[in-house]
Design a protein around this ligand. Sequence first.
Ligand SMILES: Cc1cc2nc3c(=O)[nH]c(=O)nc-3n(C[C@H](O)[C@H](O)[C@H](O)COP(=O)(O)OP(=O)(O)OC[C@H]3O[C@@H](n4cnc5c(N)ncnc54)[C@H](O)[C@@H]3O)c2cc1C
Length: 320
Amino acid sequence: MPVSKRRPFKRPRHVPATDYEVVIVGAGAAGLSAALILGRCRRRVLLCDGGRTRNHFSPAVHGFLSRDGIKPQELLQLGHGQLKPYATVEQRQNCVNTAYKDPETGTFHLTLDSGREVTTRKIILATGVTDILPTIEGMHELWGRGVLHCPYCHGYEICDQPVAVYGTDKSVAGFALLISRWSKNVAVCTDGWTSMSEHARHRLQRHGITIHEQPIRRLVGKRNHQLRHVEFKDGSMLTRHAIFIHPSQKQRSDLAAQLGCRVLQRSGAVWVDKRIQTSVFGVYAAGDTTPAAQQALVAAAEGAQAAISCNEQLTREECA
Ligand SMILES: Cc1cc2nc3c(=O)[nH]c(=O)nc-3n(C[C@H](O)[C@H](O)[C@H](O)COP(=O)(O)OP(=O)(O)OC[C@H]3O[C@@H](n4cnc5c(N)ncnc54)[C@H](O)[C@@H]3O)c2cc1C
């Protein structure tokens, strides 16, 4: 039988009628992976994405099993392409602006930026996060190439190169010691913050890490957006291949808040249980949105888990 003839199951009468069984918001690694599993379950799915993924500034995705070093755009194209045989998955380039749960039926109503309104039995939020970079000239321009955040993603590429680690609180010492596993030439830049404890200073010194406390004027990059040097306000310069930062983050979308999902106070991440369900029944969250490690492969795994949990819950409701 041709693949496109594999229709979804007929809805049992006691199950509320909705446009879709699952709406997945966000088509990064998490959302695409969820859509693949649900397509294979013959679920009626709407996959919406209204923008770019978090890593689109980066030249490569590293550490993704079987795809190490692939361009972010290429990974997404593969993911979208592999959804094509699954006729029950509809892909749309739309932002989902609003979502609420109908308390009577337990179904969800969503509004897309096109103005279209859709209903669904379950939602998977795979909307990711936004990085908030320090306001220093050059940070945004070099982000993803000369300004890096994750040694598991980029550490191997800067092995044994001179690198800087930026931080204006006590967490900078631990971060610099972590980076020192990849390079023995690490300099901490605290951009005017001078309250590092004596204990932390000694630890850094013991591992050959230098400390530069003067305020930074700007980051100067090369044409290929790698770092050339850090320029300080006192006129001095530090030649480095890259600078690691630990940016703060916010949720890319406020849909979790609109739906009343519990959010962790410190990180702002959306809380999920072991089935990747949020505190709101029927709403699942996967990928960088949740507290798990922020890696593309982990996001894909969470997306798959969310899809399995959704399908099993839908089945329980249908077979009641
Ligand atoms: C510079 C950089 C380099 C990185 N390098 C690596 C690496 O080498 N290896 C690695 O494993 N990880 C890397 N990461 C981390 C990786 O990018 C993330 O872990 C991964 O993208 C998370 O996938 P996700 O699907 O959760 O979110 P995302 O990939 O960010 O996808 C979320 C999607 O949701 C969409 N969206 C948001 N809100 C809405 C809405 N309301 N309606 C519709 N769509 C919406 C967004 O447009 C986006 O496309 C890197 C991150 C950065 C910043």
